[in-house]
Design a protein around this ligand. Structure first.
Ligand code: PLP
Length: 385
C-alpha cells in the first residue's frame, strides 16, 4: 500500500453544510457560513477583522495593496519560503529583499533584518515555517522604530502562538492558508487578518473589486460604487461552508497531527542521538509538518529513492527564492544566504496527514531506519546547526 505525502480529508459536517448553503440559495461570497468563519477566526485568533479569501496568495496580494506598495518599494522576507510570499509584492512593483534564516527554527533571522533596511523599505514579511513562531517582539520593535508595516505569512501557522498571542494576529496583517496541504482545509482557501483597525474599511473595499459594496449591504451608504483599486478576493459560500465544518474541528485536527509528529520524534530520536540527522521541534509548532535535516543533498536524494522503493512519498522544498529565475531578476539579497542554501539542500518532509495511523508512521520510520542501518551514510555535520 502506498503511503501518500498528503491526503485531503473531511472531519465533520462539510458536505452537510455545503448542501445547506446550496439549498438555502446563497452560494456567492459572504453568506452565513463565510460570516461564521470570520467570527471564528476573530474570536479564536484575537483579530478585529478576519476576511476569507480564495487563497493565502490572495490574502498576501490584498496585504500588498493595503500596504500601498509602489514600484521600487522594498519588502524584507526570507528566501526560504513559498513563491507567493514574494510574488504578492512583486505584482505591485515591489522589490523582495531576501534575508537568511535561523538554523534552529528556519525562520527569518531577526538579527539580520536591520542591516537590510534602506530608505525604500516599506514592509517586513515574516513566515512562520512549520507553524513555529518567528521572534515577533523583536520584529515588531524593528518595524516600530523604522515605521514599517508587518505582514505575517501565517499560511502554515493556524492556532500556533507566540507568547500567548495567535500567529497571524500580531503584525498589521496576517495571512492564512486553507489549501488542502495545510492543517485546516477547504481545497483552495485563505484569510486575511486585519489587525490594525485603521485598515479594515479599505480591506473590505479592496476585497470587493474596489467597491464599497460591503458598506452598502450594511446600509452604511445608499449606493455602491468604485472607490479605489481592488479585485475579487472573496471565496464562494461553498468554500465557506466546507471550511466552517473544518474550523469547528480545528483543535482536534491539530491534536491528531501533533500526535503523529510526536510518534515520529519518539521513534526517530535514536538517529538524532547517534548524530545522523536533526529533527524539528514539534512542541513549538502546530503539527503542520514533520521534516528531517539530513547530512547532504546526496544523502537526501538517496533517501527519497529508498522511501519511494517502499511506496512512501516524501518531498522537499523550497528552491530558495533568491536563486530562482524570477528571484534573481526581481529581487536582491541582503547578506549571505548560507543557512538558506544549506537547509534547502538537506531538508526532507515525511508523510503527514490527518488520517495517518500509527501503522503508517511505523512503516515510514522502519524505512528511514533501514536506510541508516545500511551504513552507507555520512555523519551529520556538527557545524550545520
Ligand atoms: C501554502 C503557503 C502559501 C500559499 O497558500 P495558498 O493558499 O496556496 O495560496 C504561502 N506561503 C506559505 C509559507 C505557504 O506555506
Amino acid at each position: 500500500m502506498k503511503i501518500p505525502f498528503n491526503k485531503p480529508f473531511i472531519v465533520g459536517k462539510e458536505l452537510y453544510y455545503i448542501a445547506k448553503a446550496v439549498l438555502d440559495g446563497h452560494i456567492s461570497g459572504d453568506g452565513p457560513y463565510t460570516k461564521r468563519c470570520h467570527r471564528w477566526l476573530e474570536e479564536r485568533l484575537g483579530s478585529p477583522q478576519a476576511l476569507l479569501t480564495h487563497s493565502c496568495t490572495a490574502a498576501l496580494e490584498m496585504a500588498a495593496l493595503l500596504c500601498d506598495i509602489q514600484p521600487g518599494d522594498e519588502v524584507i522576507l526570507p528566501s526560504y519560503t513559498f513563491v507567493s510570499t514574494a510574488n504578492a509584492f512583486v505584482l505591485r512593483g515591489g522589490i523582495p529583499v531576501f534575508v537568511d534564516i535561523r538554523p534552529d527554527t528556519l525562520n527569518l533571522d531577526e538579527k539580520l533584518i536591520e542591516a537590510a533596511i534602506t530608505p525604500r523599505t516599506k514592509a517586513i514579511v515574516p513566515v512562520h515555517y512549520a507553524g513555529v513562531p518567528c521572534e515577533m517582539d523583536a520584529i515588531m520593535e524593528i518595524a516600530r522604530r523604522h515605521e514599517l508595516l508587518v505582514v505575517e505569512d501565517a499560511a502554515q501557522a493556524l492556532l500556533s502562538s507566540y507568547q500567548g498571542r495567535a500567529l497571524g494576529s500580531i503584525g498589521h496583517f496576517g495571512c492564512l492558508s486553507f489549501h488542502e496541504t495545510k492543517n485546516v482545509i477547504s481545497g483552495e482557501g485563505g484569510a486575511l487578518l486585519v489587525n490594525d483597525s485603521t485598515f479594515i474599511k479599505r480591506a473590505e473595499i479592496v476585497r470587493e473589486k474596489g467597491t464599497n459594496r460591503s458598506q452598502f449591504f450594511r446600509g452604511q451608504v445608499d449606493k455602491y460604487t468604485w472607490v479605489e483599486p481592488g479585485s475579487s478576493y472573496l471565496p464562494s459560500e461553498i468554500i465557506g461552508a466546507f471550511l466552517y465544518a473544518q474550523l469547528e474541528n480545528a483543535e482536534q485536527i491539530i491534536a491528531a497531527r501533533k500526535k503523529i509528529c510526536r510518534l515520529y520524534v519518539e521513534r526517530l530520536s535514536f538517529l538524532e542521538e547517534a548524530g545522523r540527522l536533526r529533527l524539528p521541534s514539534v512542541e513549538a509548532g502546530n503539527g503542520h509538518m514533520f521534516y528531517l535535516l539530513l547530512a547532504s543533498l546526496e544523502e537526501r536524494t538517496r533517501l527519497i529513492e529508498h522511501l519511494k522503493a517502499s511506496d512512501i512519498l516524501s518531498v522537499f522544498h523550497y528552491v530558495p527564492l533568491h536563486s530562482s529565475p524570477a528571484g534573481i531578476k526581481l529581487g536582491r539579497v541582503s547578506g549571505n544566504m548560507a543557512v538558506t542554501d544549506s537547509v534547502a539542500e538537506r531538508l526532507l518532509r515525511l508523510p503527514l496527514y490527518y488520517e495517518m495511523g500509527e501503522a503508517e508512521v511505523d512503516r515510514v520510520v522502519e524505512c528511514v531506519a533501514s536506510f541508516f542501518e545500511a551504513g552507507t551514510v555520512g555523519t551529520y555535520p556538527k557545524n550545520k546547526g
